[in-house]
Write a protein that binds this ligand. Structure first.
Ligand SMILES: CC(C)(COP(=O)(O)OP(=O)(O)OC[C@H]1O[C@@H](n2cnc3c(N)ncnc32)[C@H](O)[C@@H]1OP(=O)(O)O)[C@@H](O)C(=O)NCCC(=O)NCCS
Length: 158
């Protein structure tokens, strides 16, 4: 999928094993507790919907969606730190939502740290709302941190 309105133009496509070095590098620079290269490889091998956003021949962001038993879960969504606040996260999320709709699931879910105000603002903008709290879900620098579980119904209007 090409986004011609973007300057420079950006392109969302399926992630491949050749992308994993760039994806892992962005991941390491984005999260305090990053996924390993092996976790991304396993996502590809498991057949999850793994996408990347290309900008000037480099990966500038990625997203991972799993669809099973009529439910969709966003497992990761991340933009290269130097390219944030240019709309790329929203483009990736729009593509993930489109793929979940194509899979005819009724609802899409994700977990996010309550401290991650930027991500929560993006998800709220796209119509997600909090449905639960998972206590002590994430590793944190001092102990554990809860997860907010967010969801969005995919039936009806966009
Ligand atoms: C969350 C993330 C993917 C957003 O990507 P991005 O490309 O910077 O976001 P966009 O430019 O597409 O912004 C879309 C919306 O997100 C929200 N947003 C983005 N940056 C924000 C900021 N600094 N403060 C508050 N809200 C922000 C806004 O609602 C924005 O919409 P607007 O431009 O109309 O105000 C990015 O910050 C990131 O990769 N963070 C690290 C990884 C992460 O935490 N992922 C989420 C895990 S659940």
């Amino acid at each position: 999928m090409i986004m011609p309105m973007q300057e420079p133009p950006v392109f969302i496509r399926a992630m491949s094993h050749e992308d994993l070095a760039q994806v892992s590098d962005i991941e390491r620079r984005s999260y305090e507790f990053p996924w390993s290269h092996g976790v991304f490889r396993d996502c590809l091998l498991a057949g999850y919907q793994c996408i990347v956003l290309d900008r000037e021949d480099s990966v500038a962001g990625y997203g991972i969606l799993s669809v099973a038993a009529g439910e969709a879960h966003i497992l990761n969504l991340c933009v290269e730190p130097a390219h944030r606040a240019h709309g790329y996260g929203e483009l990736l999320l729009d593509e993930i939502l489109a793929r979940a709709r194509e899979a005819e699931v009724e609802e899409i879910f994700l977990e996010v740290r309550p401290s991650n105000e930027t991500a929560i603002a993006l998800y709220r903008k796209k119509g997600f709302h909090q449905i639960a709290n998972r206590a002590q879900y994430y590793q944190a620098s001092h102990g554990r941190e809860d997860a907010a579980v967010l969801s969005k119904k995919l039936t009806g209007s966009y």
